[in-house]
Design a binder for this molecule. Structure first.
Ligand code: FAD
Length: 324
């Protein structure tokens, strides 16, 4: 089988679930080759091997880590030349998409973003076949299948597209030192400050998200309490963020984060198209709204018509009762 190059975003801590999901998907179309870019990159290799990466390129050269996106794209371009992959998979995070765009320019290829699945479709007269990506459109109403018609497909995959599955292999770990151009080193990172830990999962990767909107009237305490009862991340609509009730980093939607959890709870959110753009691929949507005509109910799997101040505490109490 052909190689599938997989970018693993790494911050030196434990390997994130999104990277293991990418390896799981990569195995559907070829042999995963992981490219770990981050401090102590080689330390990630054992877990990646457990998830099917038979070859791991560890990249922790300062020329890459001390600069912004461009060196990562150049690194991947050089590894594309080394491995001749059938596709390159990246996370559909903002940095993953930016690396993908720059990589596409470097290797003269096309990019598909926000994919939720990949498969190999046999082509007549070709031994390899075409990589087909699935993505959803129009608030999840359509699943589209798309392919890159020129060059090696570069596919950015949304978090939670699949559950990570183990497939242990013997792995070869290689330290890779890329040649980075002066242009890619133009912008340098001068300092890093770790974000204050909230103790909750990362919003973009969480498998459960509880979001609050204008209907909270600025009180996110019950939204946070429900999130904690469910082990969820907290999101917010733009109306809530613009009012200063919650940080912009938690905004879900067209101009905020894109989330794709197993469960999305929208509390006091009307369901404007720009909000839906950021959560439409959630597997199950629960809406709580006092207006039975609110558009969010059109896409919700379960709806509760009621006042948040009564519904949220009742839900929290019930969940706590049922938790061991
Ligand atoms: P509202 O639309 O005001 O809805 C509040 C809801 O709460 C109502 O349905 C109401 O019935 C309900 N409610 C009120 N009180 C209670 C209560 N006590 N109990 C239960 N329910 C109650 N929006 C985003 O969210 N994310 C984006 O990224 C985004 N990007 C945008 C980009 C552009 C270019 C534009 C033009 C807009 C964007 N918006 C975005 C804004 C979007 O159009 C909506 O204005 C916004 O999503 C509304 O937020 P909301 O649902 O919290 O507020």
């Amino acid at each position: 089988m052909s190689a599938v190059l997989v970018l693993i975003e790494h911050d030196g801590g434990p390997v994130r679930k999104a990277g293991l999901e990418l390896l799981t998907l990569a195995r559907r179309i070829g042999d995963p080759v992981a490219v770990v870019i981050g401090p102590e990159a080689a330390a990630a290799a054992p877990l990646l091997a457990e998830h099917g990466a038979g070859r791991v390129f560890a990249v922790d050269a300062t020329e890459v880590l001390d600069h912004l996106i461009a060196p990562a794209a150049e690194t991947l371009a050089q590894l594309v030349a080394v491995t001749s992959p059938v596709a390159v998979l990246l996370p559909s995070s903002s940095s993953g998409k930016e690396v993908a765009g720059r990589l596409a320019v470097l290797i003269e290829s096309g990019v598909i973003t926000d994919a939720v699945d990949v498969e190999l479709q046999p082509d007549e007269g070709s031994q390899i076949g075409s990589v087909i990506a699935t993505k959803s459109a129009f608030a999840g109403a359509f699943a589209t299948r798309c392919t890159v018609t020129h060059g090696i497909p570069i596919v950015c995959v949304k978090p939670n597209a699949v559950a990570p599955q183990e497939a242990p292999v013997e792995s070869v770990v290689e330290a890779f030192i890329p040649e980075i151009s002066a242009a890619a080193r133009a912008a340098r990172i001068t300092g890093r400050e770790p974000r204050e830990a909230s103790g909750r999962p990362d919003l973009a990767e969480a498998s459960t998200v509880v979001s609050g909107g204008r209907g909270t009237n600025g009180n996110f305490a019950q939204v946070e309490a429900l999130a904690d009862a469910l082990g969820a991340a907290v999101g917010a609509s733009r109306a809530a963020v613009d009012a200063g009730w919650y940080p912009h980093a938690n905004q879900v939607g067209q101009t905020g984060k894109t989330v794709s959890p197993q469960l999305y709870v929208a509390a006091g959110i009307s369901g404007a198209i720009q909000h839906r753009a950021g959560m439409q691929t959630s597997k199950t949507v629960v809406a709580i709204n006092k207006d039975s005509e609110a558009p969010i109910f059109e896409m919700a799997d379960f709806g509760v018509v009621g006042d948040l101040s009564a519904v949220l505490p009742a839900a929290i109490e019930e969940i706590r009762k049922r938790r061991p």
